[in-house]
Write a protein that binds this ligand. Structure first.
Ligand code: FE2
Ligand code: FE2
Length: 465
């Protein structure tokens, strides 16, 4: 039982009452108890262990609109078996991205729990964060296993040479950027303003300059890593990992591992990621319930999505509690902290929510990072096209208006409404973040086509070199 006699001292000038602090603690306790009593993670583990692609290959894993290239001219011409394969590949792609985002969560749950522990009085919340970390590890394992077996069955080794995550193309672009041939990815390690500083300088800037009054709250988790001589942790994949180059991410780690306010800020980004995942995962869950109601076969990936959504409901409660309320328990943020918080959310919008994909439903980015992978997919045995044919089809799918864009726009509108409602109570956010202006601007099919057309031209040229 939580010792509520050890309450954190509220320091916010808005004079948060003891009652409110107690309410936060109570909510965290209830959420932790309910999560402990649930068995969704165990169900996911079992499905992961027993997954066999061939048993699930003849079924749709969701309604057809959650399929790679859905609504494009190519999809209209695809055979039934190609359509099923595109439905399965979409699951593998979405959950590969989800796994990367949850790997960010594993790291920052530990970093921030180390700060809340130092503040004191948040035992149930810290236990919940530990439990969530363990659950995320199991989720990630299941996503990777099922995704790997699916891609292997459908694409063979070629599927891993271009993983449809944009990685290979990104690497290709990074190489080209070095030679000055491509400027699409403007952030590079060498361009970072912090790349010239070593880790000791980053620590000095955090603890002695920007957050010097809070250095005593420095996360125990980071202190232990430091004592072992390990470098400052930062991931460069997942939503958070793409916000900035690595030195800046390390600086971010130190910041949210020192300031309770910035520890809470991480949960605003996590809350956004929770909602982004729920936006499509909810559809899998509805599909699961329909199959269950009709007594039909339920494919294992559909069940994993369903149980994951249920597990994530606890995580979303945690994110919401910290993002909307808990920060008010602590000292009012400095101008620097507010600036860093807003910059982070602004970057999250820009990186993950500022466009519309033509061929990846419910993904709110334009298609430049996916072109090489899709080009490779069209040349795989699944479609068997020549390089020229694949290029022609890519052009039709990415650079002309079709139903696929409208499907993604529908998901975009839903998420935009949800995020605006959920971010509204966070008083330190700039209007551009609270009202999601960057995301709103990205909800334009004509802008997406224009951006894709430019990227496609560059991509075609890069193949010709
Ligand atoms: Fe998860
Ligand atoms: Fe989660």
């Amino acid at each position: 039982m939580l010792d509520t006699t050890k309450l954190p001292e509220p320091k916010n000038e808005s004079a948060i009452s003891d009652e409110k602090v107690k309410k936060h603690i109570k909510l965290a306790e209830i959420n932790y108890r309910r999560n402990t009593e649930s068995d969704y993670t165990e169900k996911i583990e079992k499905l992961d262990k027993n997954f066999d692609y061939s048993t699930n290959s003849n079924y749709y894993w969701s309604e057809p609109e959650l399929s790679l290239l859905y609504g494009t001219p190519l999809y209209e011409q695809a055979s039934d078996s190609q359509k099923k394969a595109l439905n399965h590949l979409y699951w593998a792609i979405q959950y590969n991205q989800t796994a990367a985002t949850e790997a960010n969560t594993v790291l920052y749950n530990q970093v921030t729990a180390g700060v809340f522990e130092n503040v004191g009085g948040y035992d149930a919340l810290c236990k919940e964060l530990d439990l969530e970390t363990v659950q995320e590890r199991d989720h990630i394992h299941a996503f990777h296993t099922i995704g790997y077996k699916t891609k292997k069955a459908l694409l063979g080794q070629a599927g891993f040479n271009a993983s449809i995550q944009g990685k290979s193309y990104k690497n290709d672009l990074a190489k080209k950027a070095k030679t000055g041939k491509n400027q699409l990815f403007s952030f590079s390690f060498s361009a970072s303003p912090l790349s010239a500083y070593g880790e000791s300088s980053l620590r000095f800037m955090t603890n002695k300059v920007f957050l010097k009054n809070q250095a005593h709250l420095y996360s125990q988790y980071l202190r232990e890593l430091e004592d072992k001589g390990e470098s400052i942790p930062a991931h460069t994949t997942g939503l958070l990992g793409q916000l900035a180059p690595k030195p800046l991410l390390k600086f971010f780690t130190l910041n949210c591992g020192t300031s309770p306010f910035l520890a809470c800020l991480f949960y605003v980004a996590r809350f956004m990621a929770n909602m982004l995942i729920k936006n499509y995962e909810y559809r899998y869950s509805i599909y699961y319930r329909e199959l269950e109601k009709n007594g039909e076969f339920i494919p294992a990936p559909t069940a994993v999505s369903h149980y994951h959504m249920l597990d994530e409901a606890f995580h979303t409660t945690t994110s919401q509690l910290i993002a909307q309320d808990l920060y008010k328990d602590f000292a009012k943020p400095s101008a620097y902290e507010k600036f860093l918080a807003n910059l982070t959310i602004y970057r999250a919008q820009t990186v993950g929510l500022s466009g519309l994909s033509s061929g990846l439903p419910a993904i709110f980015r334009n298609d430049a990072p996916f072109m090489l992978s899709l080009h490779t997919l069209l040349q795989s045995p699944l479609f068997g096209m020549s390089s020229t044919e694949a290029l022609e089809w890519l052009n039709k799918c990415m650079c002309t208006e079709h139903e696929g864009f409208h499907v993604t726009l529908k998901y975009h509108e839903r998420l935009l409404t949800d995020l605006r409602r959920l971010l509204d109570p966070i008083n330190y956010l700039w209007a551009v973040n609270r009202e999601m202006h960057v995301m709103e601007k990205g909800g334009s099919i004509s802008n997406a086509i224009e951006s894709n057309a430019k990227a496609f031209e560059q991509f075609s040229k890069s193949l010709a070199v």
